[in-house]
Write a protein that binds this ligand. Structure first.
Ligand code: 5AD
Ligand code: SF4
Length: 446
């Protein structure tokens, strides 16, 4: 029998994983806001909880079930039954299982279908359970409401999905094929974000540099063309983009780093491993050498560029010597920042059934060695920045009164003192470096 329940008045969106999930979480919140559903006050149970999940690594589904259990329990203690929606990549990959295993879940909605959340809420209010894991990506963006005011740094999804099929990765299955949002829509959304107070926009895509479109004159353009156009928006001060694939890089994008002052000197370009046999088994379709040559081209146009990457240790069959090639590439590039992960077999991906799965203890050991090496280079990069003058975009208040925290052009966290406000771009001299942040002195006080 169906139970009709009152429509939710408050919501909470819990986003896990990548920045695109953060973006999707914000857009879902905007959609709910349009319906008059408000964010639940801090410390209060929400009527509607959206678990915006990530499936990229380890035990993602298990985590969803334990989160659901916790929500049900907290609801019982508070004397209410929250409406639970599971969104994101676990919803896409395991929607049916979730519905079967977790009766407390009313809605399962994939990353390309969340624009239909309001209809699904209506059905849930009627006691129906609803699953939507279709993939009409552009329709989603068309159906979303206007952007709301947020902090000075905003995300803008320009591209979604992946056609690369790296053998370890679920993204091509959960986010679908590569699609690019139209140029005009992106310019409009960027303008709206700037009107709402954004000073910095980070363009997002699983393969953001595969973005392609037609500009306002009908000419075919790549990401560089989009960046040039965005740079003409008054009030937008900084542009970033992530994540790129080495094989989608083109000359125009490299050149843009030397031409567009608003494009920040930062590049996140994952290589995943430093050994060519492993790269081949990963189906990366590039070599360590071709990756290094590409980075040289960026350094030629922008010598101070901060480089960042992603790494996987313990891919099936990885030997000690092959792992050491990863350490070697880290030393060669001298990353300013990098993310590193233990290989996690993802159901349905080719690598999950490959021979030579690596023991967890060995993966732990390799990850520790890799992270120590990355940390050394990050600290060295920060130390080399001391003495430089740069702008810092203030994102929040610091730990103590009168302290502010923001990001340098190289995406370092910088704290400093003075009479400022969130959203200010403050000129500082970098005075002292720590492993994870720097202290700045405001120019006028130097
Ligand atoms: N195991 C470990 N790390 C992974 N990544 C993607 N899939 C896996 C996996 N199965 C990492 C890659 C990618 C980042 C977003 O997550 O390094 O660049
Ligand atoms: Fe996954 Fe590879 Fe696509 Fe990146 S390029 S999303 S790692 S399949």
């Amino acid at each position: 029998m169906k139970t009709v329940s009152a429509p939710p008045k408050t919501y909470r969106v819990k986003s896990f994983g990548c920045q695109m999930n953060v973006y999707d979480g914000e857009r879902m919140a905007e959609l709910l806001g349009e319906r008059g559903i408000q964010p639940a006050p801090e410390g209060e149970e929400a009527d509607l909880v959206i678990l915006n999940t990530c499936h990229i690594r380890e035990k993602a589904a298990e985590k969803v079930y334990s989160d659901i259990g916790r929500l049900v329990k907290a609801g019982e203690e508070a004397g209410k039954k929250p409406l639970i929606a599971v969104a994101g990549c676990v919803a896409q990959a395991e929607g049916e299982e979730i519905m079967a295993r977790a009766p407390a879940v009313s809605i399962v909605v994939g990353p390309q279908a969340y624009h239909r959340l309001p209809e699904m809420l209506d059905r849930a209010a009627n006691g129906e359970r609803a699953t939507d894991t279709d993939m009409p990506a552009i329709a989603k963006f068309d159906a979303l409401p206007a952007r709301r005011k947020r902090g000075p740094s905003a995300f803008l999804t320009v591209q979604e999905g992946c056609d690369k099929f790296c053998t370890y990765c679920v993204v091509p299955y959960t986010r679908g094929a590569e699609i690019s949002r139209p140029f005009a829509h992106l310019i409009t959304e960027a303008q709206k974000l700037v009107e709402a107070g954004a000073k910095e926009i980070t363009l997002l895509g699983q393969n953001v540099n595969a973005w392609a479109g037609e500009d306002d004159k009908g000419a075919g353009v790549g990401l560089a063309g989009l960046i040039h156009a965005l740079a003409r928006i008054d009030g937008l001060e900084r542009i970033r983009y992530t994540t790129s694939h080495p094989n989608d890089m083109d000359e125009a994008l490299i050149a843009a780093h030397g031409e567009v002052a608003k494009l920040m000197p930062y590049l996140h370009l994952p290589v995943q491993a430093g050994n060519d046999r492993i790269l081949k088994a990963m189906n990366r379709q590039h070599t360590a050498e071709s990756y290094l040559r590409l980075l040289e081209q960026f350094r030629a146009v922008r010598p101070d560029i901060a480089l960042s990457g992603d790494f996987i240790v313990g891919f099936p069959g990885e030997t000690e010597a092959e792992f050491e090639d990863t350490l070697r590439i880290v030393d060669e590039v001298r990353y300013a920042h990098a993310f590193s992960f233990k290989y996690s077999p993802r159901p349905g991906t080719p690598a999950a059934t490959m021979d030579g799965q690596i023991a967890p203890e060995l993966m732990d050991e390799r990850l520790q060695r890799l992270q120590a090496r990355i940390a050394q280079h990050q600290y060295a990069f920060n130390q080399d920045s001391v003495g430089k003058s740069c702008s810092v975009l203030v994102e929040r208040t610091g730990r103590h009164p009168g302290q502010w925290l923001g990001k340098s052009p190289w995406l370092q966290s910088v704290w400093f003192e003075g009479d400022h406000a969130i959203g200010d771009l403050v000129e500082v001299t970098l005075a002292e470096a720590g492993p994870n942040s720097l202290r700045g002195l405001v120019a006028a006080l130097v």
